[in-house]
Every structure is written in structure tokens, then in C-alpha cells.
Design a protein around this ligand. Sequence first.
Ligand code: HEM
Length: 463
Amino acid sequence: MFWILLLAFLIFILWFYFFFTKKPLTVTPRVPVVSGRLPFIGCGIDFIKNPKQFLLACIKQHGETFQLHLFGFDLIFTFSREGLAALYQIRENEASFTEATRTLLQLKLPPEATTGSMTMFHRGFRKRLFDGYLFHINNAIANKLSELDSTKGTFEIFSFMKELVHRIGFLCWVGQEAARVDYLRRFVADFEELDPEKGFQNLASLSWTLLSRKRNEYRALKDMEDVLKEIWLEREKRGEHVDDNLTSLHEMYADLSEAERYRKVALNVFQFHLASQANTYAALSWTFINILQHRRLCDEGLMRDVTRADGRTLDVDVLDEMNFVDDVVDESLRLAQQSITLRKVVRECQFEKYRVPKGIYLATLLSITNSAVAETEKSANEFWPFRQRRDPSDTRVSTFGHGFHACPGRRFALAIVKVFLVRALTRFDFTPQFREVCIPPGSVGAVARASHPCVVQYRVKEQ
Ligand code: HEM
């Protein structure tokens, strides 16, 4: 017994030694390495406190490409034009988006919730299904606005938009049944339990997730699966065939056993909602905030887009004509994007002029690269929706990504913003109850949330 314990202890010491004193991986030719003073943690604490400020300091000291060693990970950060072009062009089988995303999410989520392919997203955004989504987007927005008090009142922008995008999302990924109050309430509660946004903002909650071996997360997934199964069985009982995303998912997994199919469908519904919720409600909030704060600047363009669309069916053609809103969303995202573009090297490969080993991560931070705009009229940190259209080959500024992993949900997200603006601005006058809206300094990983509540007052327009 003694020898077994001694052996276990020695193995633990060896593991501890190698894990915590792991030397940074090396790229050839070498790049400057920022590894901090603490073993294992490396420069992690400085990075977490304020990623943008920390990386700007690194750029100043080491140039546009360098390596960070933090929490046992090695990341090559690049900010040069060539480096960014290479990052967006690198192949999935060399440096993987999916593997990098999985590494980030697996702290919070059950492993099965972090696996899957992009096929379901591409199938999910087929034209035929998209028309159905537009129907739900229109209805959900009309319903949400009709719940506002009949003359005037206030709401907090980010929480209002979050609720709205929850409602829209579940209607689109699941179907009309998600409008049922009891179903929607369960979907939202289950999603909130699983949402990595909550986990990463609150270290206590993340620790509980790990200590409890993700018990609540497994329970939430199971509950989501139960509701979806109930919905599907009710449809079968009625002999109803609905041409929507839920049917499409069931068709995609027709070869699996019934139990596996229900599980896969639930995982995919969750993944759709996760991909959507990560950025869409914040994008909608920032666009709305910028319009409220720059009303005079936007008035003419909005009058053109919104007035032209008002009174018409808001279908794909009408929404595609709203070019000024496209520019406002683009500029709002440019300023609010905090995403890290991250790829995990899955086999040794060439990245720009470097030979990079397996296991290293390639990265950039959009809140830094997105200031690469011509400053002819306005500085890069000001909201100015009249900037010159960017050259598509220039990948420095990114709102919905570039290359192989550019966002498949772009049109969907834009449709939500446009329908909301047409319905809200034609019916209400809004007065912001805030002055400046700040991005929290530690914000990283998606379109920013605001550091303080952003309350707006609304009043129904006189006819
Ligand atoms: C305004 C809202 C949104 C913004 C700003 C946004 C932004 C982005 C960005 C920047 C990327 C590229 C990531 C990278 O290169 O590492 C991306 C990829 C992706 N987005 Fe979005 N997104 C939004 C909405 C959505 C929605 C609604 C969905 C689906 C429901 C979605 C699904 C995805 C997926 C699946 C990818 C990965 C694509 C691939 O790897 O091929 N996004 N998004």
C-alpha cells in the first residue's frame, strides 16, 4: 500500500512539475515571447484585467507579432496586415476554429455540447427556412413592442434586447410551439443555466460548475431535450409536417436511434441559440444606442430606410434595400467588437512566415484591429457611419469575420436589427436616460455588453 501511495505521489509531483513549468512552445523563426513571472499563470492576470490595454502595450514593446504564455496556453498574437490575412486564410485541418472554440467552452459545457459540425448552420440558413425566420422575427418584435405600456415608459436596452432575441431565437430554431409561455420559459431558463456568458463573468459560478461536475448543465440540457421531444411527439400525434428548422434537424438525424436523435436535436438547438445569443442582442443594443446618441447624424439615412420600409411586408427584398442601416450596424459592431479570432494548430504548419507547432493557438483581438480605418474625417474611435466601404481583401477590420469562418448568421442578425428599427422608430419616440456608454475593461470574446444599465424612455408617437 505504502509503495502504491508513494508511486501515486511521485506521479503527481511529476505531472505538477511538467504542467506548471511547461516551457513555451517555440515557433521558427522565433518571435518575442511574453511569459510573465509566474509559472503556469504566465502573463494571464495582466491579460484578463484588461486584454486590450495589455496587448497594446505588448505591440508597443514587441511589434505586431508576438507570443503570449498564459494559464499553460501559448498564443501567437498577430496584428499585421499580412498576419491577419494569413489567420483568416488558414485551413481548418491545420489551425482549427472548432477546436479552439471547444477548448474555451468545455470548461462550462458538457463535452457533447461542444461538438458538432457546421453543416447544421448551413442547412439551417437555407432560403426556404429563412423566409420562415423572417415571419417569426416580424411577429416576435411586434408582440414585444405591443407589450410596452400604451403611452410611455422606460426599459433597459440590453435586457430588453436579450429577452427579445431569446424569443426570436427559440421561435426560429424550434418553431411556433416555442411561443407557448411555459415552453419559452423553460427554454430560456435552461439556456441561461448553460450560457458560458454567465459562467465566464462569474468565477464563483464557474467554480461551482467544475466542482459539481456540470450537474446543473446536464440537467438543463436534459430538460431542453424533454421539451423538444414533447413538441415533436405532439406534432407527430397531429400528423403535422411543418417545414422548419426542427423538422430539418430531425431529418438530418433520421439514421440515428430515436434516443440519439432527440439528444442530437436538443444539442443543435442549443448550439444555434448559443451562436445567436453570443452577439446578436448586444449588436442590436449598440446599434440602437448609437442611433439614439447620434440621432441628427443618422436622421436622413434612417428616414430614407425606415420610412421606405414602413407599411410594407418586411421581406428579404425590402430589408436588403436598407443600406444605411447596414452601415450603422457595421460601424456599431466595429466599435463594440471584443471578439478574439482564435485558431488551434492541430498539425505543424506554415503560418505566414512562421513554422508553428501543433498545440499552439493563433489569435488576434478585434477591439484592436478594428481601429484600422481611414481617419480622413473622423478618428477611429468615433461613431461615423459614413466611412468609405472597405476593400474586401483587407481583413484588418472585422465585424462578422472573414474567410472560411465568416459568420453564417449575418443576414439573420441584420434582419432582426432592421425589423426592430422599422417597428420601433415608426411607433415611438425614444429619449436615452444615459450619457456615455462604456465597455467594461475586462470585456473579451464577443460584442461587448455595457458596464452600466442603459435605460431609455419611450413615448408613443402622436398620429
Ligand atoms: C450581430 C451578430 C453576430 C456577430 C457580430 C457575429 C460575429 C461572428 C464572427 C466575427 C465570426 C467569425 C469568428 C472567427 O473567425 O473566429 C462568426 C462566426 C460564426 N457565427 Fe456569427 N455573429 C453574429 C450572429 C450569429 C448568428 C445569429 C449565428 C447563428 C445562429 C451565428 C453563427 C456563427 C457560426 C456558426 C460561426 C462559425 C462559422 C464557421 O466556422 O464556418 N452568428 N460570427
